[in-house]
Write a protein that binds this ligand. Structure first.
Ligand code: PMP
Length: 357
């Protein structure tokens, strides 16, 4: 039976990236038989992998020259404190759109004043706050562009009068974007970009070196920039898989084509959620995520939740259980998920409806 992988992260990757990684584990091309897992990062072989991953990221996202891209360890959660450590002198603004934003806020408070300039907590984070005032005395404003747990997403790059910092862990590379509207973009790779173990940071260089506190070497972005992401031992394997994933993304036509596919996949599933009598989507329509599609049983059918999960699982669909804070179901439709998997899920929802309505 074919498995359809709706995991929220780590999650589905392009098959060819996985196959190339498997080959490179046995014999990294050009090394005469060494495994990717046993090469030194201080070699031409690794430099070429790191450089290409970096260049592809720059090309695909259209990253301007005055920005640097680094690959580091620690996950997006480490960036929750690296960002205020490097950037927060007096006051930062945060938009609270859910659990990940809250964690970022909690860490930032260790470094200075934090003003939550907008929040969607009043409605269990089912929408993206809009039209709020952004004070101009902030060192930066932090947003989470896709809220993995609640299935809400900013669909456009917002204008900010202060340096804009964005956690794009779960929607990076899902659509064309204007990097120049941001001062810093970061995220864990383990959704659209590659496997767990590597974190990307895209930063406009002029914002660095402005805080008065001393920075530990591993926290100071300037060290990673200066050493081409090799200040310490980088996550070699993860960066290799990032390169393969970016090669795939380029080969299918880049972000324009990716965006078209992502809109198409999400559209198919949201249409079914809206049509099917058994299901409803809690996120407000205009803010619905293209990456994490959340739905719950409709009123009156709540008792069917476990049965639907078991039914979907019996048909090879995994990773559909919603986060415990939202309940219900979450289909993560990241870049590498094929349209067929979404169509398969829709067919399953229709069959389940016939059984119960
Ligand atoms: N931000 C968002 C939006 C996420 O979805 C996640 C992980 N699911 C994180 C941050 C935390 O990432 P990591 O596990 O890499 O620390």
């Amino acid at each position: 039976m074919k498995i359809h992988n709706f995991n929220a992260g780590p999650s589905i990757l392009p098959r060819e990236a996985i196959e190339n990684a498997a080959k490179a584990i046995l014999n990294l091309e050009g090394t005469g038989g060494l495994s990717l897992l046993e090469i030194s990062h201080r070699t031409k072989d690794y430099e070429a992998i790191n450089d290409e991953a970096n260049a592809l990221m720059r090309e695909l996202l259209g990253v301007p020259d005055n920005y640097k891209i680094i690959f580091v360890g620690g996950g997006a959660s480490t960036q929750f404190f690296h960002i205020p450590y490097n950037l927060l002198e007096k006051k930062a603004g945060y938009v609270n759109t859910g659990v990940w934003a809250k964690k970022a806020i909690k860490d930032a408070k260790l470094f200075g004043n934090v003003e939550v300039v907008a929040s969607s907590e009043d409605k269990n984070f089912s929408y993206i706050p809009k039209g709020f005032n952004i004070p101009t005395d902030l060192d930066y404003l932090h947003i989470t562009t896709n809220n993995t747990i609640y299935g809400t997403e900013y669909h456009a790059d917002i204008d900010s009068p202060v340096n804009l910092v964005a956690d794009m862990s779960s929607d990076i590379l899902s659509r064309p974007m204007d990097v120049s509207k941001y001062a810093l973009i970061y995220g864990g790779a383990q959704k659209n970009m590659g496997p767990a173990g590597v974190t990307f940071v895209i930063v406009r260089e002029d914002i660095l070196g402005k805080v008065s506190r001393p920075l530990p070497a591993m926290v100071d972005y300037r060290n990673a920039i200066e050493c081409d992401s090799m200040y310490n031992t980088p996550p070699v394997f993860a960066v290799f898989v990032v390169r393969e994933t970016l090669r795939w993304l380029k080969s299918i036509g880049g972000l324009q084509e990716m965006y078209r596919r992502n809109k198409e996949k999400a559209g198919i599933l949201y249409d079914e959620i809206d049509r099917n009598k058994l299901f409803v989507g809690p996120a407000v329509k205009e803010d619905r995520s293209l990456m994490n599609i959340c739905f719950v049983m409709a009123p009156g059918y709540e008792n069917l939740s476990d049965e639907f999960l078991a039914f979907a699982k019996s048909r090879g669909m995994i990773g559909l259980k919603g986060h415990r804070l939202v309940g219900g179901f979450r289909a993560s439709t990241y870049n590498a998920l094929p349209k067929e998997s979404v169509e398969y899920l829709v067919a399953c929802m229709q069959e389940f409806e016939k059984m119960h309505v």
